[in-house]
Design a protein around this ligand. Structure first.
Ligand SMILES: [Zn+2]
Length: 333
């Protein structure tokens, strides 16, 4: 048993309470390698933004859970070295799909876990979530649950269609499970292809796809049912066109990739939405930077020479999200 407190990590409770009050959202960035983690920590330390490091089941399989935990512990020390006196860093399991997986993360130093039983029938979702909450709370680990189904593909999580969260269910669900935050479905989606061209309109000037707007009426109805309760948005990458263009220019093939416009996320961040998940955007930044080096310098074979620029581009992206989209800069001095 390793307590996250010994690692210098924090759970999400205080972070979320402050974010709701202050009208901003905490960034939840996925990571599975060193360059990503360095970029996340540098961006957070320089902007003094609380941050959630997310590990998916796929990342855990890719990078090894023990190594990831020590990387998170190292991240706390690295943040201090960068001059961030009181780093507010949470290590969170993204899309836990069983009690055993969540328990193993609680036991191995995670400060927060998500149990995603949203694909199960309602009563089974409640039962499994409640079981995880009861275990996690014994160790002061916070739990995110999910109601409603997001479309898209993310590691092992995938669904062809989305089902919006039903506002009439949220009070019953939150009360009976005791969860600390709730991921909802209001039109965000996993991956870099959040919408099909048929779901979008085209901007006549640029020819770019314009996605359908998020269902803010559903979010409003949920907030009315659960005033002040922490809400989470998954699948909230914006799929920046500059990265997609860069990837396509340097030999990639990502036709019609489309994400959530940043002005909609900015609006959400001001509400009870206090955690916004961003993964695809950093994957795109990484890939764009690596492709550029490979295309321009075909003789390069030192990984530092292409992972370095990838890291720089991701750091720039994370800072942009923190300052210009989520508004979490300066919230953890
Ligand atoms: Zn997700």
């Amino acid at each position: 048993m390793v307590s996250y407190k010994e690692l210098g990590l924090v759970n999400t409770r205080e972070m979320f309470a402050k974010a709701i009050k202050g009208g901003y959202a905490i960034p939840a960035f996925n990571f599975n390698n060193m360059e990503q983690l360095q970029a996340i920590i540098k961006a957070s330390a320089e902007t003094k933004s609380p941050v959630i490091l997310q590990v998916s089941k796929g990342a855990r399989n890719y990078a090894n859970q023990t190594l990831l935990r020590y990387m998170a512990q190292g991240a706390v020390e690295y943040a201090k070295e960068l001059g961030w006196e009181h780093p507010q860093i949470c290590l969170h399991l993204d899309h836990g799909d069983s009690f055993e997986l969540c328990k193993s993360c609680v036991d191995f130093g995670f400060s927060s876990v998500m149990i995603d039983a949203s694909s199960l029938p309602y009563e089974e979702n409640i039962a499994l979530t409640k079981k995880v909450v009861e275990y996690a709370h014994k160790y002061d680990v916070t739990v995110e649950a999910e109601l409603g189904v997001l479309a898209g593909v993310e590691d092992e999580v995938s669904s062809a269609v989305s089902h919006y969260t039903k506002p009439e269910e949220v009070v019953d669900f939150a009360t009976r499970t005791g969860c600390d935050s709730l991921a909802i479905s209001i039109g965000t989606s996993h991956g870099a292809y959040k919408f099909t061209p048929e779901q979008c309109t085209r901007d006549p000037k640029t020819g770019r796809l314009v996605p359908p707007p998020l269902a803010f009426d559903v979010l409003d109805a949920i907030m009315e049912q659960l005033p002040g309760f922490p809400i989470v948005l998954h699948g909230s990458s914006s799929v920046p066109q500059e990265y997609v263009d860069m990837i396509n220019k340097y030999g990639g093939k990502l036709p019609d990739a489309v994400g959530i416009p940043e002005e909609q996320l900015r609006k959400a961040a001001k509400s009870a939405v206090c955690k916004i998940n961003i993964d695809s955007d950093s994957r795109l930044a990484f890939t764009a930077a690596v492709r550029k080096v490979f295309a321009e310098k075909p003789s390069e074979f030192d990984p530092r020479k292409y992972c370095g620029p990838a890291r720089d581009l991701m750091e720039e992206l994370y800072k942009h999200k923190i300052i210009n989209v989520l508004g979490s800069d300066g919230k953890a001095e």
